[in-house]
Design a protein around this ligand. Sequence first.
Ligand SMILES: *Cc1c(COP(=O)(O)O)cnc(C)c1O
Length: 471
Amino acid sequence: MKWNDFSEWGRKVADWTQGYHLTVGDRPVRAKTEPGEVLNALPQIPPEDGEGMEAIFRDFEDIVMPGITHWQHPRFFAYFTSNAAAPSVLAEFLTAAIAPQCMLWQTSPAATEMETRMMDWLRQALDLTDQFQGVIQDSASSATLAAVLTMREKALNWQGNTRGLAQNPRLRVYSSSEVHTSIDRAIWVSGIGSDNLVRVPIAGDWRGMDPVALEAAIEADLAAGLVPAGVILCVGATGTGATDPVAACLAVARKYGLYTHVDAAWSGSAMICPEYRHYWEGVEDADSIVFNPHKWLGVQFDCSAHFLKDPDDLVKTLAIQPEYLKTHGADGIINYSEWSVPLGRRFRALKLWFLIRAYGLEGLRERLRNHVKWSKQLHDKLATHPDIEIVTPPMWSLFTFRYAPEGVEDLDDLNIRLVNAINDDGRIYLTQTRVDGTLVIRFQAGQFETTEEDVMMAYDVITEIAEGLSR
Ligand SMILES: *Cc1c(COP(=O)(O)O)cnc(C)c1O
């Protein structure tokens, strides 16, 4: 293909994209593909000769699309949403066209400076103090890894990178049992080891970390000669939206001089609305905070906003400067690759700029507020059903429930069959989790184009399919 043909195909792709988004609600949400189906439809050997775009595009529609689960479907109520609002998709198209590498200021000055400005826009949108500076990471997992590495280096007096962990004392990191698996992975990869991730007991309706138990755990470790390194809090955890009491836990961490990281990957978007900020009251005392604009805010994947109280700690942990990366004579500029594990970086700030300008913060707030309101409406209606039990109350737009008709022995089995039957049906998509060992069904609303009607349709689908199940 030649660039001369690009505009023709670019138009076709744009038309296809618009049509897809306008009609995606007519498709089953979850792919109905059997394992191996797509693999078998793809030739086993690569072509020797080039093919025309016509054939490639036809196969895209015939082979790929039937095997896609539609994350942009308005009745995607599983996991958390991974949105792709129209302006951010356009920005990604442009980013793909320019394909800049944004590792250093000089390798793309506009990308670096826009990243600085966009992260400050987000900081203001969340009402964080101007002590925080931000960087865009590819994912919350990467931000958490960067924070855990910083914790490690601080606790080891900056000796971990050079001496390794063998010569050093055993570090301890504290979190609740509700945190995302990306925390476990960061603990593995950092070499701290999962035996040293202390699971502090939870308490209360928000299923958050008990600060008294946190302090007791730190004291016990100190008495045993171990070295506490940091505390990882969650605000809006994946299973049920569990939220740690941020102010009280950060106060304990500060008392012992520990580095702190707050994972608000999903719920952080909601903090553009003042009425939800009580959920993380005290967060300005954290050292590091992450949230994913690519989840609820509407930005096309991937885009993870990482705020730091003192970026110097992070840079001291991750910066590496061989001669070819030095930018002589340019003091005081930011080279964002020193703020993250990967060197190469995409131009992610552009889609934030497009999104925030296209909707304004008020337009984004309205969407989030509607999702919370409609989800609560659905919750209230399900709560009146005689055989449905609400298991955890709404946290933002997320709640959990289970189908519990009288006389059924194995409710876990019944509920897993219910989730499968709902997802095979295709009108909505839900996922399950466990709460204190019990299997429950999660519901969350957050797709950018979802409507009240879409959300309330979940009631009809859930109850109709539940009542049709054999017991
Ligand atoms: C989604 C999520 C993550 C992981 O986000 P990635 O960007 O996919 O790494 C971490 N923590 C929470 C609470 C999440 O909801």
